[in-house]
Design a binder for this molecule. Structure first.
Ligand SMILES: Nc1ncnc2c1ncn2[C@@H]1O[C@H](COP(=O)(O)OP(=O)(O)OP(=O)(O)O)[C@@H](O)[C@H]1O
Ligand SMILES: [Mg+2]
Length: 471
């Protein structure tokens, strides 16, 4: 027990090491400085207004001048004249009216009430800006432009962020601004454009496209891109793999490509060799094909024949030419392989599997410069099923089962950049994503639908005779 009256230890001052901390003194900004800053912002806003919104400022100035000099009747006269002029313009030149007036007004509306209004919360929540307070670190909207189908928001990035940060947040951005998708277009390292479609332009299926007079085998028109421009598929000089679950519309990609080639087939400068293990997809138009196979044995024989002809052509070209131009003597040969996994993985005969894999690997690794291409369709893109997919330079991802399959088909980062092939609506067959050579950002596309009647009509007009194709 402590003794009453015993000497107590005197209290000691804490040393800095024991926890005295420096705190920044809070200095209040003087009111006059705040006021001056607000006046400066107001003056800057008024001075830059005519440059940012010249038409609006001119209209307001003209209205004010009419009212000032001529009173209310003058103002009413000016507005009536403006209304009549715009009605005449709208009726006479609707396209230019739409471009100059409707879309400009829409852009202004969307800028103010959609993008500027939701910009900060959407960017903060999607992790592209730091906090609600720090406006200085918020990417800045430079301009909003509208066209018939999409809004384009031009953005200046803050130092320390990169376009890739936006590319990995496209799903959040699309959701944040209530758009079906979002695409990032890089103008300069710190200047990007975000493209937000206002509606799904690919929601409606469309019929088979007209057959071209002179097909371009390296840009066959097979469908439509999301922005309304043609989707052109390159076949000559490459190999294409189309992946998608059953019913995703692989057949429409194959048939649209064959249809676009028809005049070349007719003139003898192109041939289609078809393998159709399901006997459903291609059998309908088999008369269009130079060779056709529907079981394991005949399919391998067809592939090995293609390899032999390709090697023969390569021998003839060796040392003489380095690229192929389609002619009737040396036509472009497209080997169409529906459900390629039937041959490479599911066929019960090991020998057939091995031989077909070898033949496909040889064709895809050596064929493109001598005019042999492979267009293959596949339901399941996993490696165990198809380990040759990297030999196909161009790929199309239609509706897929799993998110992880997107990057397997379109390459690393494709899903982050918005290629949500696993989220494609099952009621939209033929819709998918492709990566164009010009841009790493995937593009949403839809193939035209080639119906059974179209195939019958194609066969009636263009069926190849046995003599022509050497069957
Ligand atoms: N581009 C398209 N536009 C509209 N509808 C389409 C399109 N492509 C396909 N369809 C519809 O979807 C159905 C399935 O298409 P398709 O047979 O091409 O699918 P698939 O991917 O080849 O399936 P599977 O792997 O079972 O052969 C078609 O019968 C057709 O009704
Ligand atoms: Mg099919």
């Amino acid at each position: 027990m402590a003794k009453i009256g015993a000497a107590q230890t005197p209290p000691t001052l804490p040393t800095p090491a024991q926890g005295v901390r420096w705190t920044t003194p809070i200095v209040e900004t003087p009111g006059i400085v705040v006021l001056a800053s607000w006046i400066w912002r107001l003056v800057r806003f008024l001075v830059t207004l005519p440059f940012r919104f010249p038409v609006m400022v001119a209209c307001l100035a003209a209205s004010f001048a009419a009212w000032w000099w001529l009173g209310w009747p003058g103002l009413a006269g000016l507005w009536t004249t403006a209304l009549v002029v715009s009605l005449v313009w709208w009726r006479t030149w609707p396209d230019s009216y739409r471009y100059c007036v409707t879309l400009r007004l829409l852009a202004w509306w969307r800028h103010v009430f959609v993008y500027r209004r939701h910009w900060q919360p959407v960017l903060v929540i999607s992790g592209l800006a730091e906090s609600y307070q720090e406006r200085r670190y918020l990417p800045r909207i430079r301009r909003v432009m509208c066209d018939i189908w999409a809004d384009r928001v031009r953005v200046s990035l803050v130092a320390g962020t990169s376009p890739a940060d936006f590319e990995t947040r496209v799903a959040e951005l699309a959701h944040g601004f209530a758009a079906p998708s979002c695409r990032v277009i890089v103008n300069r390292p710190r200047d990007i454009t975000l493209e937000f479609p206002r509606r799904d332009t690919l929601a409606e299926p469309f019929d088979a496209l007209p057959t071209p007079d002179a097909p371009e085998l390296d840009a066959l028109h097979v469908g439509q891109r999301e922005d309304g421009s043609p989707w052109r598929l390159r076949l000559h000089g490459t190999h294409v793999l189309v992946a998608g679950v059953t019913g995703s519309g692989k057949g429409s990609v194959i048939w649209s490509a064959v249809r676009a080639m028809l005049p070349a087939i007719d003139s003898g400068t192109a041939q289609v060799w078809a393998i159709d293990p399901k006997r459903m997809e291609l059998a309908y138009g088999r008369d269009l094909f130079a060779h056709y196979a529907d079981d394991g044995e005949s399919a391998v024989a067809l592939l090995e024949l293609a390899v032999a002809q390709m090697q023969d052509r390569a021998r003839r070209y060796a040392g003489k030419r380095r690229s192929h131009t389609p002619t009737t003597e040396d036509p472009f040969v497209l080997v169409v392989l529906d459900e390629v996994a039937f041959l490479t993985a599911y066929h019960p005969d090991r020998d057939i599997r091995k031989r077909s894999e070898n033949a496909i690997a040889t064709l895809t690794s050596q064929g493109r410069s001598v005019g042999f291409s492979v267009l293959a369709a596949l339901q399941d893109p996993r490696k165990e099923v198809m380990n040759l997919r990297n030999l196909f330079p161009d790929k199309v991802a239609l509706r897929l089962d799993e998110a992880s399959q997107v990057d397997m088909i379109l390459g690393e980062g494709a899903r982050d950049r918005g290629a949500n092939a696993h989220l494609i609506d099952p009621t939209f067959p033929g819709v998918g994503y492709v990566r164009m050579e010009t841009s790493p950002a995937p593009v949403r596309v839809r193939a035209a639908y080639v119906s059974d009647d179209d195939i019958t009509a194609m066969t009636d007009v263009y069926a190849a005779s046995d003599e022509e194709v050497g069957r």
